[in-house]
Design a protein. Sequence first.
Length: 199
Amino acid sequence: MTRLVLASQSPARLATLRSAGLDPEVVVSGVDESTVVTDDPEHLSVELARLKALAVAADVEGPALVIGCDSVLELAGEIHGKPGTAEAAADRWRRMRGRSGTLHTGHCVIDTGAGRVVARSARTVVHFADLTDDEIDAYVATGEPLHVAGAFTIDGLGGAYVTAIEGDPHTVVGIGLPLLREIVAELGFAWHDLWQPRR
């Protein structure tokens, strides 16, 4: 059985992998995301994913597949990560409402046994509802949008505020299953061999 390690503290990423039949260990990278500076959102997402995977892989003993991911939102040519504060989240939503943005989700998988690294980004266009100020204030008050890339979710309270998605919906949760399957195959592993027996 191939050992899987998820280099992320995201409950949504873990839940997505588990619902797809995988059951990775979780090891948080503790990477300082501010160390990567670039104007290219796709490059940024991949480099952050790579940093997280490399940081965790360095501490993993024995062969394993270490998965790192990171998402950033591109809106009107600007890059947005996690807003962090209620004020930033509310301001972000006032700019996003009624518009569309592109979510870039970087993926990096390291095969520690073979010393191989594959990293790529998936791109998904997200269309946002035209929220009222009251709706924005109520959503921000829940705290949910403060700590997620782009200040929204589709698998939580924010799901009602996303009107359409062009691309893989899993990438909006933070980990694209079709892309991950391709990366794993490139490293020589069959996706179905990673499935855990149903309990």
